[in-house]
Ligand binder design. Structure first.
Ligand code: GLN
Length: 248
């Protein structure tokens, strides 16, 4: 059920992040090592967002398997960035397969991804959605759970929530409204990454000057650390902090 990753560190090519590792995100699109909650491959779309210098991020998203896109490999080979967020998608049954349904979702400096599912969609989260400005609902990228989760997180960011708070509170709200949901969220502004671990796997590899967070390790480096379920990760190139999410 989707795989996502975030990288912060010295500029690297997108190919080094997406294609080159032995169990790369591209390989995870057709041969993930850890799928749970249904689905076997991640072929319903993909997206990558990266930060060119200090500017706002650029995105490339498509509603097709990453392996069949004629552009991404060439683009990835020549594009360098020191911050990247990328995802491959396995659409939840009944959800649209459109470019706009593929992560990353974005606004300003922010990039966002969701690995998981909102149970009881959409009825379970109508009360949460009703609290959003109508404009946000009318301009969702797609009529999917992930796009709504981004609208909920973004609403908190716009209101001045700290990013870790915005992610943690959104997970708590949605878990309460829609029990059994899987809510691995990933949010970055290119300087720090916030990730929730709630129903799916996440591993972190911190090295001097860089950090990678990924649904599954992309190689056999012993530096990968699985993050236990129910935790919130806040990572920069200098520090990785892990703390419990508010109770389910
Ligand atoms: N439920 C989300 C979607 O359909 C994410 C799917 C996933 O994590 N596999 O887009």
């Amino acid at each position: 059920m989707c795989r996502h990753l975030a990288y912060l560190g010295p500029p690297v090519t997108l190919a080094e992040v997406l294609f080159d590792p032995p169990y790369s995100l591209v390989r995870q699109s057709w041969a993930p090592r850890d799928m749970r909650g249904g689905g076997t491959i991640n072929a319903d779309g993909f997206g990558v967002g990266w930060y060119p210098g200090d500017g706002d991020p650029v995105r490339y998203r498509r509603a097709q398997p990453i392996w069949s896109d004629p552009t991404i490999a060439d683009l990835a080979a020549v594009t360098r960035a020191g911050a990247v967020l990328a995802a491959v998608r396995s659409a939840t049954v009944g959800m649209a397969v459109l470019d706009g349904a593929a992560a990353p979702f974005a606004e300003g400096r922010w990039l966002f991804s969701h690995n998981g599912v909102v149970r009881g969609w959409p009825d379970a989260v109508v009360p949460l959605a009703s609290a959003l400005p109508v404009r946000d609902l009318l301009t969702l990228d797609a009529a999917t759970d992930s796009a709504l989760l981004w609208a909920l997180v973004r609403h908190r960011l716009r209101a001045g929530d700290d990013p870790a708070e915005a992610v943690a509170r959104t997970v708590a709200d949605v878990a309460a409204a829609a029990p059994g949901s899987r809510l691995n969220l990933l949010l970055t502004d290119g300087r720090q990454v916030v990730a929730s671990v709630f129903g799916h796997a996440l591993s972190v590899r911190a090295q001097p000057g860089s950090v990678l967070l990924a649904s599954e390790p992309h190689d056999d480096d012993p530096g990968w650390r699985p993050v236990p379920d129910g935790q919130l990760v806040v990572a920069t190139v200098d520090e990785v902090r892990v703390r419990p999410l508010p109770a389910r």
